[in-house]
Design a protein around this ligand. Structure first.
Ligand SMILES: Nc1ncnc2c1ncn2[C@@H]1O[C@H](COP(=O)(O)OP(=O)(O)OP(=O)(O)O)[C@@H](O)[C@H]1O
Ligand SMILES: [Mg+2]
Length: 264
């Protein structure tokens, strides 16, 4: 078992990940311990989702190791167990023909962990579902509505609630703010900031500003090129240009990346 001092922690050592001959991440190192927020920023195709999947053990790297709470989980998602919650990138388009409510969505993920019977939740589990739905701020009247009738922000909250059901120490979220309108983003960013006070939260994003005040560490990533450090060290005009190229535009003391901007 891991010593208590290593929890919650993530350590990525000389990670190289590729798909066939296509090397996406090379020799990547990062380490963080304790509650806080790591923001992963980079353009489309930079390897953000690939890195999250490698951290979760869902992808076996070509080289390198991943340690969660001091335990080597490289290529083995089961080893991290319920200490890690995952919020995948939300799909926004298309109609889902199978209506499922927010409650049912969370309940079903709880039942999946059960051996037998997989039909009814206990009173204790029911209270846990209520707790996580309240925690993410989903209004009670939305609990039993179809997921597909909720707003993008509400749906994202349900995904986060589902990841919280086993009270993980580490929460990995893939672009939780991207499918949400500007008004919803601010509230969601606040929720993510609150979660990062008690958990180690790893978030990918296309807008560094929304989560900046909650951010402990930043990983600027564009495939084999990366910079990892404190926000004030990493989020500079020079680094943004190296990662985003033409999309990083300095305006006085700020640097803009498409519609987001960084204080240089
Ligand atoms: N299953 C896969 N098989 C082959 N190539 C893949 C696979 N998944 C991702 N890739 C490639 O790896 C690279 C990184 O993809 P990834 O999805 O990690 O980027 P990303 O930074 O998450 O992008 P986005 O901002 O669009 O979500 C891309 O070139 C992509 O085409
Ligand atoms: Mg992605």
């Amino acid at each position: 078992m891991a010593a208590t001092s290593t929890r919650p922690s993530v350590r990525v050592v000389e990670l190289t990940v590729g798909y066939g001959d296509d090397i996406v991440l090379e020799n990547l190192n990062l380490e963080f311990r304790g509650p806080g927020l790591i923001q992963i920023l980079g353009p489309n195709g930079a390897g953000k989702t690939t890195l999250l999947k490698a951290i979760l053990g869902l992808i076996k790297p070509l080289r390198g190791r991943v340690y969660i709470n001091g335990v080597d989980v490289t290529g083995s998602p089961d080893k991290a167990g319920s200490s890690v919650g995952y919020v995948p990138q939300l799909f926004v388009t298309g109609h889902n023909p199978y209506p499922v409510t927010a409650w049912e969505f969370i309940e079903s993920s709880l039942l999946l962990y059960r051996r037998w019977p997989r039909v009814f939740v206990t009173l204790e589990e029911k209270k846990r579902i209520e707790y996580v739905l309240e925690k993410v701020g989903l209004p009670r009247e939305a609990w039993h509505k179809s997921l597909w009738s909720l707003s993008g922000g509400q749906r994202q909250r349900v995904l986060i609630a589902r990841a919280l059901i086993h009270d993980p120490e580490i929460l990995v979220m893939d672009e939780p703010l991207s499918a949400v309108d500007p008004a919803g983003r601010v509230g969601l960013a606040r929720l993510i900031g609150e979660l990062a006070e008690e958990k180690l939260v790893i978030v990918t994003s296309h807008d560094p500003m929304l989560l900046l005040k909650y951010t402990s560490m930043v990983l600027l990533l564009n495939r084999r090129l990366y910079m990892y450090g404190r926000p004030e060290e990493v989020l500079t005009i020079e680094n943004a240009r190296r990662i985003y190229g033409e999309a990083a535009i300095p305006v006085r003391e700020h640097v803009h990346i498409s519609d987001a901007h960084i204080h240089a």
